[in-house]
Design a protein around this ligand. Structure first.
Ligand SMILES: Nc1ncnc2c1ncn2[C@@H]1O[C@H](COP(=O)(O)OP(=O)(O)O)[C@@H](O)[C@H]1O
Ligand SMILES: [Mg+2]
Length: 290
């Protein structure tokens, strides 16, 4: 097969996706590598129909790769993940709206264009978790016990773009991080950045049945094939607080070979549109905005 990998600058030397590229080449496939953050791009000629069997992107939040992947998708090429699916999760505010409207267990989510607007969040929603809508790796994620605590966050959050706030979901202090590779699920337990006091090295754990069901639903709703989700086990069941397209797959055994095999498989298959791209069968329930 002939594949084009978009490698963002952050991942130039990273095991994921570099080892996947190496594995595909070792299997005899042609892999062209494009660095969207490291070259001038002649957009009008870059993507031509039929040039590759698929374009592949491991996204970085805010990185330029998604524009190219969307161009490839517009030219009719297969993309891994589906470019629209990545859009649906890259912005946590959009991801929350889509997920809740499709019945995923996601906390009620408020979006605010400036830190000051967060002050309008109803008091009944505290304690609050505040985070940037395009955040990653725990950056600028804060637990705010009461409205008075918001003011101190202003300087850090200004410049982070759209912010989101959610009621804190009670949990044991560890996330279940689920990794999904074309239908197979793997899980690790990792300390939540909101509970730094909990000593907890990341370790593999079996995927609880109810978590696997939620993970499968996440794939279908957003239309993702290679993805990860952060799940909190609350007294009311699993709650999804984050969805990532093409995560690190850290702790997944033989991750490079598994992901490479999945990419080949996905390049060959025609997949349906992400569920969220078609209107829901039942009218969406109105969301009460305070
Ligand atoms: N609503 C919430 N309730 C409780 N903990 C949360 C909530 N949202 C996020 N967290 C904790 O903060 C961590 C980081 O938030 P997340 O949305 O995953 O952002 P990032 O993109 O930075 O990983 C999560 O893994 C989880 O431990
Ligand atoms: Mg996360």
């Amino acid at each position: 097969m002939k594949l084009c990998f978009l490698v963002e600058e952050n991942y130039r030397y990273d095991g994921m996706p570099v080892e996947v590229i190496r594995q595909l080449a070792a299997w005899g496939h042609q892999v062209d590598v494009l660095r969207p953050g490291g070259s001038l791009l002649r957009m009008t000629d870059l993507v031509t129909a039929g040039s590759h069997d698929a374009w592949v992107l491991k996204t970085v939040s805010g990185g330029p790769g998604l524009t190219l992947l969307e161009a490839a998708s517009a030219a009719g090429l297969v993309t891994v993940n589906d470019a629209r699916a990545i859009r649906g999760v890259r912005d946590k505010a959009l991801a929350a709206a889509i997920g809740r409207s499709r019945g995923l267990p996601i906390p009620p989510t408020y979006a605010a264009a400036t830190p000051e607007l967060l002050a309008q969040t109803p008091e009944s929603e505290y304690p609050l978790v505040v985070k940037p809508a395009n955040g990653s790796s725990g950056r600028a994620v804060h637990l705010v016990a009461a409205p008075e605590g918001l003011a101190a966050l202003g300087p850090e959050l200004r410049g982070e773009g759209m912010l989101i706030a959610q009621p804190y979901q009670p949990n044991p202090g560890v996330d279940i991080k689920v990794y999904c590779v074309a239908g197979d699920f793997y899980a690790t337990e990792r300390r939540s950045p909101l509970h730094p006091d909990r000593p907890h090295p990341e370790r593999r754990v079996p995927v609880p049945r109810e978590v696997a069901a939620v993970a499968a639903q996440v794939g279908a709703v957003y239309g993702l094939d290679l993805y990860g989700l952060d799940v909190l086990l609350t007294p009311d069941g699993p709650v999804v607080v984050d969805v990532n397209d093409f995560p690190s797959f850290r702790q997944v055994p033989d991750a490079a070979a598994r992901v490479a095999a999945a990419v080949l498989d996905l390049a060959r298959t025609h997949r349906p549109s992400p569920a969220w791209c078609t209107p829901p069968s039942a009218p969406a329930t109105a969301v009460a905005v305070p």
